[in-house]
Design a binder for this molecule. Structure first.
Ligand SMILES: Cc1cc2nc3c(=O)[nH]c(=O)nc-3n(C[C@H](O)[C@H](O)[C@H](O)COP(=O)(O)OP(=O)(O)OC[C@H]3O[C@@H](n4cnc5c(N)ncnc54)[C@H](O)[C@@H]3O)c2cc1C
Length: 391
């Protein structure tokens, strides 16, 4: 097999996803073109997104990445990268951000630790996109060093009482149930003392305390408060004390999916910048005829090509059995740093127009900034890679 050829069936899958996006997602976004030109988003964004998720689930895209034993498509990591790249390449924010393919607020490998009964109760509605979840780990005092979380779960007769506060939780305000990580043994903490719990939205004491607006027009995580929330034993995911081990199960997938999204977004922004460089005239010629402008475009092109090669390669390595720790960290690090540079150059090539909301470039510049923070900051990813190099 030639180095990094994409299998034929994956190309077909990508083509059918592209069709879905063009036929059913683009019209939704275009129906709000005026409002989006003014604000980068529109009022019914969240509701429309939920509808698209259900449609994506009906067509089978939403669960492609899940194992076949739970009704998923058993898609390879390379496949996940290619499909996340595809939805972002469209340049439609309605296709990105978990409208068509989930990352953390739908079904993930973490849910493979569910008991058969929990699969019915929690995983099944996530697979059909009837339910939304959120991954509640980060706290005001514990981000990169998640071992420092303070949320406590204490034993009661037949269950647990959870008290604590989480913040920056994606879809925290929309989740039907949260997956909440809490300390069950303060001595052991990450080494057997943190447990994952399902906490339904209507449990007394569970509150979405506030939405947290961000730089991105499309990402508004929430702060969640748990005030003596009672849950039964049945709400423990996996073994008591093994919450951290469950959490890491999903991490390679999420990092590769973000890497795919970064590549797709970079391709979109590069294409926009190239078109503009050919069309915009200054000093009697297209601005793309100037070597300074060419330099920006060629640098973006070169960095994108390098990142794509790397991400595809490491995805294949994981598919072939690598444990993925180094590979997924490297993929996310390289691709998300790259897309931030590409977005910055895309604005520069567009000049003042690039800075204007109506051009639809600057919103992506703001949006991709978060990619260097969640699912491991770029610095933490470097420390992950350093460890695998024996440092
Ligand atoms: C848009 C968005 C959505 C998010 N969604 C979720 C979610 O759904 N669920 C969830 O649980 N969390 C979520 N997060 C939280 C995210 O995972 C954390 O922000 C991230 O882990 C970093 O933690 P922190 O913000 O506390 O920064 P800190 O850990 O305080 O880090 C601050 C700075 O110090 C650096 N640093 C820290 N430790 C080291 C080290 N050992 N070596 C070198 N540098 C270091 C960091 O890289 C960073 O530059 C989200 C964050 C954002 C921005």
């Amino acid at each position: 097999m030639p180095l990094l050829s994409i299998p034929e069936e994956l190309l077909e899958l990508r083509a059918s996803l592209r069709q879905f996006v063009e036929r059913e997602v683009r019209p939704v976004q275009e129906a709000h073109a005026q409002e989006i030109m003014e604000t980068s988003s529109f009022a019914d964004y969240e509701q429309e997104r939920l509808k698209l998720r259900r449609r994506s689930a009906e067509l089978g895209f939403w669960t492609l990445h899940m194992p076949e034993e739970v009704g998923g498509g058993g898609l390879s990591y390379l496949g996940q990268v290619v499909l996340h790249e595809e939805i972002n390449r469209s340049g439609l924010f309605m296709a990105a951000h978990e409208s068509v393919l989930p990352v953390v607020t739908g079904p993930t490998l973490v849910y493979m630790d569910c008991t058969p009964e929990q699969r019915e109760r929690y995983l099944k509605p996530l697979m059909t996109a009837e339910a939304v979840t959120c991954f509640s780990l980060t706290e005001p005092e514990a981000g990169s060093d998640a071992t420092r979380i303070r949320t406590r779960a204490e034993r009661t007769a037949g269950g647990w009482r959870i008290t604590g506060r989480k913040h920056f939780i994606t879809a925290g305000d929309q989740a039907d149930f949260a997956l909440v990580f809490a300390v069950t043994d303060p001595e052991k903490r990450a080494k057997g003392g943190i447990t994952a719990f399902f906490v339904e939205r209507d449990r007394p004491g569970f509150q979405v305390t506030r939405r947290q607006p961000t730089m991105s027009p499309w990402q508004n995580p929430s702060e969640l408060t748990f005030d003596e929330v009672e849950v039964p034993d049945d709400n423990v995911l996996g073994q008591v004390g093994a919450g951290f081990y469950s959490a890491v199960k999903g991490i390679n997938g999420a990092r590769l999916q973000i890497a795919g999204a970064a590549i797709g977004t970079a391709q979109y922004l590069l294409d926009r910048a190239l078109d503009y460089a050919k069309a915009r005239i200054a000093f009697g010629q297209p601005i793309g005829a100037n070597q300074y402008v060419q330099g920006m475009l060629v640098d973006s092109y070169a960095e994108l090509e390098m990142a794509r090669l790397l991400v595809y390669k490491v995805a294949v390595e994981i598919d072939e059995g690598a444990d993925g720790r180094r590979q997924a960290a490297l993929a996310k690090l390289v691709s998300t740093e790259m897309v931030n540079r590409v977005a910055d150059r895309a604005i520069q090539v567009h000049g003042g127009n690039g800075f204007m909301t109506e051009m639809g470039i600057e919103a992506w510049y703001r949006d991709v900034r978060a990619m260097r923070l969640y699912e491991g900051t770029s610095e933490i990813l470097r420390t992950n890679v350093a460890k695998t190099l024996g440092l």
